[in-house]
Write a protein that binds this ligand. Structure first.
Ligand code: SF4
Ligand code: SF4
Length: 224
């Protein structure tokens, strides 16, 4: 059986289309947006970077820093937890024996390949020593792959990280829990962190919360 032939007649352009009015409407819209952007910068969605910069959240995941103890040594005990948790496999640690027996181990090599890093913050979450934080530094550019591998000298926290004009702290554990950390000040590790550590572990079910206490038995009524 032969197929049915369907003849489609193209629509005749309207007078407005023939006069290019929709095109002029589009150009008028573009011109209106252009003039609004030029003469009312406050409504402009873009900024004049690098003269202007956005203020990012204190949980921003930017370049990492390694935190130090009061004596200046790195808090890191080279436990490899961050390297194990890292989904991009971009942390390289070599452990050494620390001369102070209380610390046991320390990293002789601690490198992060920032070109492989996906800025997920898992390393910060995994660290049991509060030794690795992130900053709000998003200006990372390199001329070679080698430059993108940050070692201990580049990663160790410096005053310029949190000073005036510095990027400031970004993603870190216990954010908001401590007034000192909230103010962006240095806070050494110590027992002051223990209650927060326990609370966090309970919150993420690493340590099950203690079972609720059974209700006290009601006192027996005296015999009448
Ligand atoms: S932020 Fe994520 S990808 Fe980057 S080093 Fe840490 S765990 Fe690895
Ligand atoms: S998890 Fe923390 S203490 Fe362990 S190696 Fe990484 S930065 Fe160091």
């Amino acid at each position: 059986m032969p197929g049915k032939v369907v003849i489609i007649h193209p629509q005749e352009p309207t007078l407005a289309v023939r006069l290019y009015l929709p095109l002029l409407q589009g150009m008028a819209l573009t011109l209106r947006k252009f003039l609004a952007n030029v003469f009312t910068p406050s409504v402009r969605p873009t900024i004049e970077y690098p003269e202007q910069r956005r203020e990012y959240s204190d949980r921003y995941r930017g370049r990492h820093i390694l935190k130090s103890r009061e004596d200046g040594s790195l808090k890191c005990v080279a436990c490899y937890m961050c390297a194990t948790a890292c989904p991009a496999d971009c942390i390289n640690i070599v452990a050494g024996e620390h001369p102070n027996l209380a610390y046991e181990k320390y990293p002789t090599v601690f490198e992060i390949d920032l070109l492989r890093c996906v800025m997920c913050g898992f390393c910060v979450d995994a660290c049991p020593k509060d030794a690795i934080w992130m900053t709000k530094d998003y200006e990372m550019s390199y001329f070679s792959r080698k430059d993108a591998i940050y070692g201990i000298p580049e990663l160790t926290e410096k005053p310029s990280d949190t000073g005036v004009g510095g990027p400031g702290y970004g993603y870190r554990p216990y954010y908001g829990a401590s007034p000192a950390k909230k103010a962006g000040q240095f806070e050494p590790s110590g027992l002051s962190l223990l209650p927060m550590t326990l609370a966090r572990n309970a919150a993420i079910n690493r340590v099950p919360p203690p079972p609720p206490k059974p209700p006290a038995p009601a006192p027996a009524k005296p015999a009448v």
